[in-house]
Design a binder for this molecule. Structure first.
Ligand SMILES: Nc1ncnc2c1ncn2[C@@H]1O[C@H](COP(=O)(O)OP(=O)(O)OP(=O)(O)O)[C@@H](O)[C@H]1O
Ligand SMILES: [Mg+2]
Length: 265
């Protein structure tokens, strides 16, 4: 089982869209995929048509009564209509985790522990993160082998990336395990000078950690979420989906050479 976390402490850069798009593509390619919604705003959960406040179990339960068997963990996961793709939904109550359980030991490793129980059940786990530093982001980073950082191609977004890199280094230091990462330019608009300049700056600054292509602006992503389908199921022919297909291919190739215990930094 490979675990990829999608995170950036800047909001609205395409994290949730990236999780939905990559998960759809991987499942269509025959992989069993679990998406985990770690954002108290539950955007990914809503994307697939679930009302997080009406669910009997959400990710909150993994923290309050951590499953100890595979069956217990599986019972809390939702199967989507699309084959081979499942969702661990979020709820607003996740926003209280930091206050409620901050002094409990091992709080940073809850996801790591539960995902170990599920290692035979899924081929890929994709974790969607909130745009804030807290126990959820720390859990998501500690659990993953590879981090995908979507960055909007604009000047300010690049500045915000420093915060994300600091957080990543903090977790790497605390956990003594390295995490590979890939920066993915999103919402690229080839008609604007600002987008082109931002992409150039990113190339200079992040070199080989920057994915060599980009995700274009595509209004179909919003339309796909409106009908609760992964982008590749909803609109397989669009430029946006084509770009995510290329990203999936690159990610599969990059992460195939990373071992579980020691990814390259
Ligand atoms: N490449 C794209 N082109 C056009 N619109 C996009 C693209 N990617 C995402 N969007 C849209 O932009 C909005 C924000 O995207 P998304 O929710 O994926 O960002 P996020 O980083 O998860 O945000 P948050 O930090 O609030 O969780 C959504 O309405 C989404 O449909
Ligand atoms: Mg989001």
């Amino acid at each position: 089982m490979k675990i990829w976390t999608v995170a950036n402490q800047k909001g609205g850069v395409g994290k949730t869209t990236t999780v939905a798009a990559l998960s759809g593509i991987l499942s269509e390619q025959g992989h069993r995929v679990l998406m985990i919604d770690c954002d108290p705003h539950a955007s990914l959960t809503a994307y697939f048509g679930f009302d997080s406040e009406k669910l009997d179990a959400t990710l909150y339960n993994w923290f309050s009564e951590t499953p100890t068997t595979t069956q217990q963990a599986l019972r809390t996961i939702k199967q989507l209509q699309e084959p081979r793709i499942s969702l661990m939904p979020a709820a607003l109550s996740l926003a209280t985790l930091d206050k409620r359980f901050s002094d409990r030991e091992g709080m940073g490793l809850v996801l790591t522990r539960v995902l170990k129980l599920l290692s035979e059940e899924y081929d890929y786990v994709l974790i969607d993160c909130p745009p804030v530093l807290g126990v959820l982001l720390v859990n998501a980073l500690a659990a993953c082998q590879h981090l995908v950082i979507p960055v909007q191609t604009e000047f300010l977004a690049i500045k915000g990336l420093e915060r994300m890199m600091n957080t990543l280094n903090m977790v790497i230091k605390a956990q003594h395990h390295s995490i590979g990462y890939t920066i993915v330019p999103t919402m690229f608009d080839r008609r604007t000078k600002a987008s082109i300049q931002a992409l150039r700056n990113m190339r200079d600054e992040f070199g080989h950690h920057l994915w060599d292509k980009w995700i274009p602006v595509d209004t179909k992503f919003r339309d796909a979420s409106r009908i609760n389908k992964t982008p590749s199921r909803a609109f397989p022919e669009t430029h946006g989906v084509e770009a995510y297909l290329k990203l999936a291919k690159s990610m599969l190739s990059i992460t195939s050479t990373e071992s579980v215990a020691s990814a390259t930094g």
